[in-house]
Design a protein around this ligand. Structure first.
Ligand SMILES: C[S@@+](CC[C@H](N)C(=O)[O-])C[C@H]1O[C@@H](n2cnc3c(N)ncnc32)[C@H](O)[C@@H]1O
Length: 259
């Protein structure tokens, strides 16, 4: 790794606690280089000085590195499997499921979980933990205001039921909002809660190194209750789930093997 980027990684870790060495190098470096060049810097060293002296540059750095792309009902077929296969099995054993959306971005994912769960229980019995490293994304999630593009994959009946259109934006139902608690959490550093029945962690592991991914699978497995499920993104198949105490329950769903 070149010295300029290496030193940047050390500085950012000290300043923010974010460890860029656990993200795929070529991809991250490319994203950040194109940002600093656009801003008129000529090296990671200069870029870091800019970050230190201007909070706006810091925010742009965070925004570029976190990649918040998301939408409601992303990869709809998988949500159908959750609704029709995974949740009925989990609910047959236990009524109050402990659920975590582990890289929740601007909230579309945890709110989708809540809407689906509302088919099985009253909203006031639902409680979902949603976490992300990005505070700006968490604020947007708490506001719960979306543009039409975020809703493109949603069945129209759900849009009518759970959103109010105001001008060009869609406001999410207040009762749905109350079912999700948003917190800041760094998957690559912070400790995890335990005994989850469902952990949804989608479209973030792709950015991490193989080593970081392996560590995370172990931590997720430890955070699951027996028979609990890890639901990953549609390009994030786990090879050899057995080594983490997991087994395939359906494509992209892994069940914790009883310990
Ligand atoms: C592409 S979005 C995925 C959102 C949603 N899970 C989905 O599948 O639509 C990736 C999210 O991961 C978050 N993220 C990146 N690194 C993280 C880390 N170390 N800990 C927690 N969240 C992280 C980003 O802030 C971003 O909101």
């Amino acid at each position: 790794m070149d010295q300029d980027y290496l030193q940047f990684i050390v500085n950012i870790k000290q300043k923010t606690g974010i460890d860029l060495s656990l993200y795929k190098e070529a991809q991250m470096k490319r994203r950040l280089t194109s940002l600093y060049q656009k801003k008129g810097y000529s090296s990671f060293k200069d870029f870091y000085s800019g970050i230190l002296s201007d909070q706006k540059i810091m925010n742009e750095f965070l925004d570029r590195m976190t990649i918040n792309v998301t939408e409601f009902y992303r990869n709809g077929k998988r949500w159908e499997v959750l609704e029709n296969k995974i949740l009925p099995r989990l609910l047959a054993k236990k009524k109050n499921l402990k659920i975590w959306s582990a890289a929740s971005s601007t909230g579309e994912e945890p709110y989708t979980i809540s809407m689906i769960l509302s088919r099985y229980m009253p909203l006031n019995q639902i409680s979902i933990l949603a976490t992300d490293i990005d505070e700006q994304a968490l604020s947007a999630a708490k506001a719960g205001i979306y543009v039409e593009r975020s809703l493109a994959e949603m069945p129209p009946s759900m849009i009518t039921k759970f959103f109010k259109k105001e001008g060009t934006v869609y406001k999410i139902d207040e009762e749905i909002k109350k079912t999700v608690q948003f917190r800041k959490l760094n998957l690559l550093g912070d400790p995890f809660n335990k005994d989850f029945d469902l952990i949804v962690c989608r479209n973030v592991l792709i950015y991490f190194t193989e080593e970081a991914k392996g560590e995370l699978y172990k931590k997720f497995s430890n955070a699951l209750a027996d028979d609990g499920v890890l639901f990953v993104g549609s390009t994030e198949q786990i090879f050899n789930p057995g080594q983490y105490g997991l087994e395939v329950e359906d494509t992209f769903f892994y069940r914790k093997i009883k310990s």
